[in-house]
Design a protein around this ligand. Structure first.
Ligand SMILES: *Cc1c(COP(=O)(O)O)cnc(C)c1O
Length: 392
């Protein structure tokens, strides 16, 4: 068979084709901290990286490695490594690539924790940080031309689902010698493959769609081998390692990744379409809607638009509270990308630390609801929204 497997097959098989002990067909969870060698010569060869094997679980582990292989194959990267959380993946990547005197250009709408790295921690290390309007390609290009070690992008963004033209910006950034990093957490490799759009590195919070069940945390980095090897080395020393049990949970979740994302895409499109015609809804932010300002770019670079959306109500936070408190098929909680629908107001979750004025400046209405559509039946989710909206 010469054909390259499709996503549905890679979701299940990639990275774990080997047979396990006793013929087990599920990957064992290797809780062992360390790995023993009776042959001193062999131990030395493995320790020097000349022979395959594991030494110590802060560095590599036989349950964690197949997960790294699976995401590497699904994203079409040369190498991949893993972390205890998505933020560990992002911070370790930035701290590996940047040194005092460097300049990083990023979009304003990055994930809240990532934004903190940019405004709080990197300036302390004398790294110059330039945050640009997320969808203003000209501004981003002008800033990259002034000098840029890393161009950091995320698409679609949180919570207003802005879409960034990855291919255009990656091409331009490479002309100026920058390394391009893309947070692909919302899209997953099923809906968007940043490496084939020109990115050098893709970062994930595996806590979200990749695991998909809100029961394990993790982070992943995929891309150019030379860069991933450096990031792995930084993590191996600083220690934000993914635990074998979490790796197993994420690997298990990823077996249904294609199936789940297909359903998230269907539900997202149906619910966003429904909300966009509702008289009590002011605005709907979903890249799959033709009314979305970046729909053309989304259509070009994404093969599905996902289950994430946000919408604002005509009214204020009192109306938001009425709707949220009366939704039955939705956990009122932070996070996203789970089989179960998750909802929350950005003013309580992702953007709680901003003042009302700062949220307004960032284009986040006080009446905004972020909605992570799960894989439930879409008729039930729509009926649930219908009854909750009717109570306003
Ligand atoms: C949740 C999230 C992160 C951080 O991931 P953790 O696993 O919570 O550390 C980073 N980027 C995006 C887009 C996220 O949604």
């Amino acid at each position: 068979m010469n054909q390259t497997p499709h996503f549905g097959t890679d979701s299940v098989w990639a990275g774990e084709e080997q047979l396990f002990a006793e013929g087990a067909i599920c990957l064992p969870v290797f809780n062992s901290v360390t790995f023993g060698y009776d042959d001193m010569n062999e131990w030395n060869e493995v320790a020097l990286g000349r022979k395959k094997g594991h030494i110590y679980s802060r560095n590599t582990n036989p349950t964690v490695r197949p997960l790294e292989e699976k995401i590497r194959i699904m994203d079409g990267g040369e190498e991949a490594t893993s972390f205890s959380t998505g933020m560990a993946a992002i911070s370790n990547t930035l701290f590996t690539l940047l040194k005092p005197g460097d300049r990083v250009v990023a979009i304003k709408d990055t994930y809240g924790g990532t934004n903190k790295i940019f405004i709080e921690f990197l300036p302390r290390l004398n790294v110059e940080v330039c945050l640009c309007d997320t969808t203003d390609c000209e501004q981003i290009e002008a800033e990259v031309k002034k000098g840029c070690t890393v161009l950091y992008l995320e698409s679609p963004t949180n919570p207003t689902l802005k879409v960034v033209d990855i291919e255009r910006l990656a091409k331009m950034a490479h002309q100026h010698g920058a390394i391009v990093v893309v947070d692909n957490t919302f899209a997953t490799p099923i809906n968007q493959r940043p490496l084939s759009l020109g990115a050098d590195l893709v970062v994930y919070s595996a806590t979200k769609y990749l695991n998909g069940h809100s029961d394990a945390m993790g982070g992943l980095v995929v891309g150019k081998k030379e860069l991933v090897d450096r990031i792995y080395h930084y993590r191996e020393i600083t220690g934000a390692t993914l635990h074998a049990q979490s790796a197993y949970m994420i690997l298990r979740g990823m077996k249904t990744l294609e199936l789940r994302i297909q359903r998230h895409n269907e539900n997202g499109m149906k619910i966003a379409t429904y909300l966009s015609t509702h008289p009590k809804v002011d605005q709907v932010f979903y890249p799959g809607l033709e009314s979305h300002p970046n729909h053309a770019v989304a259509k070009k670079q994404m093969s599905g638009f996902g289950g994430m959306m946000s919408f604002s109500l005509k009214g204020g936070f009192a109306q938001v509270a009425t709707v949220l408190e009366n939704l039955k098929f939705a956990h009122k909680a932070a996070s996203l990308g789970s089989v179960g629908t998750l909802v929350g107001p950005p003013r309580t979750t992702s953007h709680v630390e901003l003042s009302e004025q700062e949220r307004a400046n960032a284009g986040i209405p006080e009446s905004l609801i972020r909605y992570s559509a799960g894989i439930e039946n879409s008729d039930d989710l729509i009926a649930d929204l219908e009854q909750a909206l009717a109570l306003i």
